[in-house]
Design a protein around this ligand. Structure first.
Ligand SMILES: C[S@@+](CC[C@H](N)C(=O)[O-])C[C@H]1O[C@@H](n2cnc3c(N)ncnc32)[C@H](O)[C@@H]1O
Length: 282
């Protein structure tokens, strides 16, 4: 029987609440990193920032414009985008821990006038039609139990001509039922199996596709690098947050990332709401 959207979203919220402070391991970023080729020796955190800059370029925003960040984590990408692009951002997440932490981090950075963070479900956005110049869903669409609803909502709140930039985690090899369950338990319920499938919910919401970039081979190193980084910090993390919590997290994330390294790719997708198309739903 199909699960109710709200139950799945609640599970996602619990997952990110549970990760909580461990986001410090990745410098506040909850997305992958990008390396140009196998010889590229860019350090881990820099490779994560590089993916943020790739997203920034594709948003095509001008200073003063407004961005909706769907699934903003602890607002690390939002803060970097505000500094680089001179925009303002409304970030939403379903994790109450992230809302608190992101709000505190944004205030500490002196960016409260530019970034507001709130609890909201991407399937029911608490914003008016055509309120935003662009939208970003950076490694959050894979969490969605109803991508059609998410893109319908993003389409509604974007102005005509506005872009949405998002990433997807496609399945690039066959998976067993047990492996699919590992993905689902780690907030990835429904990976697409091709670029066509990855853009389909955006296209049926009315978006036109400007770019579909397959970065699978350029991000794969992230999984091994993360697990190494976590192992290097294990003793300090155990002292700070308790050995049981760290052991449980490490065992779950190792199973997930070993599977992702083998069977999950990465797409960066840019779409535009056609000019001259209004939003009719509320
Ligand atoms: C992998 S994290 C990415 C965070 C951030 N974009 C970044 O790059 O650091 C996924 C984010 O999506 C959020 N999310 C998942 N489902 C959501 C939903 N239904 N509505 C709003 N946010 C959601 C999670 O709470 C989390 O903040």
């Amino acid at each position: 029987m199909a699960e109710k959207t709200s139950d799945r979203t609640e599970e996602v919220a619990e997952y990110y609440d549970g990760v909580g402070e461990l986001v410090e391991v990745v410098g506040g970023n909850l997305h992958l990193g990008y390396w140009d080729d196998d010889q590229d020796d860019t350090p881990f955190l820099e490779a994560m920032s590089r993916l943020t800059w790739m997203v920034a370029e594709r948003l095509a925003l001008r200073p003063g414009e407004r961005l909706l960040d769907v699934g903003c984590g602890v607002a690390e990408p939002a803060m970097r985008l505000v500094e680089r692009l001179g925009i303002s951002v409304s970030g939403i997440t379903v994790s109450r821990w992230e809302v608190q932490q992101a709000t505190a981090d944004v205030a500490r950075a002196g960016l409260s006038g530019k970034i507001s963070i709130s609890w909201a479900d991407a399937a029911a956005l608490p914003f008016s039609n055509e309120e935003f110049d662009a939208a970003l869903a950076f490694d959050s669409v894979p969490n969605s139990p109803d991508k059609q609803k998410w893109f319908g909502e993003i389409f509604r709140v974007l102005r005509p001509g506005g872009r949405v930039v998002y990433s997807e985690y496609p399945a690039i090899a066959d998976m067993t039922a047990a492996q699919r369950e590992v993905l689902r338990a780690n907030t990835v319920p429904d990976p697409p199996t091709s670029m066509d499938e990855a853009v389909a919910p955006a296209v049926s919401a009315g978006f036109e596709v400007l770019e579909g970039l397959d970065c699978s081979d350029r991000v794969r190193r992230f999984y091994t690098a993360f697990l190494q980084r976590f192992a290097d910090q294990r003793a300090d993390l155990s002292a700070a947050y308790g050995k049981d919590r760290i052991d449980a997290f490490e065992s779950g994330i190792t199973q997930m990332f070993e599977l992702c390294r083998e069977k999950i790719g990465y797409y960066l997708i840019v779409c535009r709401k056609p000019s001259g198309v209004g939003s009719t739903t509320i």
